[in-house]
Ligand binder design. Structure first.
Ligand code: GLY
Length: 360
């Protein structure tokens, strides 16, 4: 099975995609760590904790539970985890395993980035979304009421252990939410990945191992390549935000409770395709393919009551807004995107209305 090297200024590490790799988790820990903390949620631990316990063997580890949910991804959760680490004797030689979905990875990673000014973290993602995207690349952080991920740090992991066999217990809604991020990789970088998602929808939705492993491996390959080229999102890494500008606005507007992150990104990708068409960048046929493919993996939960003006107002506090200009990642064809900071607000409003209609 494949492994991909991520090379950044602070860390060079491996993102391993391999069924069963979690059983070798101990191999990736720092050799001389003191306390080992596993940050996870109760449901993940109930399903897969025994596997990690067995993998860590005689290594003493303390399991710290985070309540889960985007609305709990707050600084208070990081504070609580770090206080528990102190109480359990954690010190500068401690290490963390973030074991769960993207939210656990972000919160556990941020706790590791902050505790005693930084201790190592191994990312062990258990959802499709975290496996294909969130776990690799060192982004950690929490939400503010004003916006998503507005507080955080880059803290590259020691390793990313992607074990696709863990997905067998993932609820279908969470699985599909991760598929939207995979569709994203097809649109931004890899036409064959997008075509696989178009042509093998039933196999992908049924979690056919060949299809699942291929789409995870290609997504992680792209993520490793992009992060290695641009760790801190000064340039190329911005393409990973396709669908995220309006997606983050939608998450904030719905109080981080109504939608999973991947679902909000799915909506944002549809809106961005309409926007690219309106900007004259994207052919009608490619726009239709993006909208249809994203939609056929849905449906995205009802967005009744979401008003375009409220979403537009949210854009201003997004991290992708620079000097007051909202930046959008827009496709020029399947497999290629551009970052644009010159998008008129009336075009954004139109695209948002089209997207709301398309998903209703
Ligand atoms: N999820 C986008 C990134 O890691 O840059």
């Amino acid at each position: 099975m494949p492994q991909f090297t991520v090379k950044t200024s602070s860390q060079e590490y491996v993102a391993l995609v391999e069924r069963g790799c979690l059983q070798r988790a101990a191999e990736w820990l720092p050799p001389k760590h003191s306390q080992l903390f596993v940050v996870t949620t109760r449901d993940v631990w109930d399903l897969h904790g025994a596997l990690l316990d067995a993998a860590l063997g005689e290594k003493r580890h303390q399991v710290l539970f985070f309540p889960g949910g985007e609305h709990n991804k707050r600084l208070s959760a990081v504070e609580s985890l770090c206080e528990q680490m102190v109480e359990a004797g954690g010190d500068r030689a401690s290490a963390v395993i973030a074991f769960g979905g993207g939210i656990v990875g972000d919160v556990g990673g941020f706790a590791a980035a902050s505790f005693m000014r930084g201790i190592p973290v191994v990312q062990a993602p258990t959802t499709l979304l975290a496996q294909v995207d969130a776990a690799t690349g060192g982004k950690t952080g929490v939400n503010l009421t004003n916006g998503k991920n507005l507080l955080g740090a880059f803290h590259q992991p020691l390793a990313v252990l992607v074990d696709p066999s863990l997905l067998s217990t993932l609820p279908q809604r969470e699985y599909v939410a991760g598929l939207y991020e995979v569709i994203k990789y097809g649109i931004i970088r890899t036409p064959w990945l997008f075509e696989l998602l178009e042509s093998r929808r039933d196999a992908v939705l049924a979690r056919d191992p060949d299809a699942v492993d291929a789409l995870i491996a290609e997504s992680v390959r792209i993520k490793a390549e992009v992060v290695s080229a641009d760790e801190k999102e000064g340039g190329l890494r911005r393409i990973l935000n396709y669908g995220h500008t309006l997606g983050h606005a939608l998450e904030a507007e719905t109080g981080y409770k109504q939608l999973l992150h991947g679902e909000a990104v799915g909506f944002g990708m549809i809106a961005a395709a309409f926007l690219a068409k309106r900007m004259g960048m994207l052919a009608e046929a490619d726009c239709r393919r993006i909208v249809d493919t994203t939609h056929t993996y849905g449906p995205i939960p009802s967005l009744a009551g979401v008003e375009p003006p409220a979403l537009l107002a949210r854009l201003v506090s997004d991290k992708k807004t620079v000097h007051g200009n909202v930046h959008f990642v827009l496709p020029s064809r399947i497999g290629e995107v551009e970052v644009r900071g010159d998008v008129p607000l009336d075009a954004v409003r139109w695209a948002t209305e089209q997207a709301l209609q398309a998903v209703s």
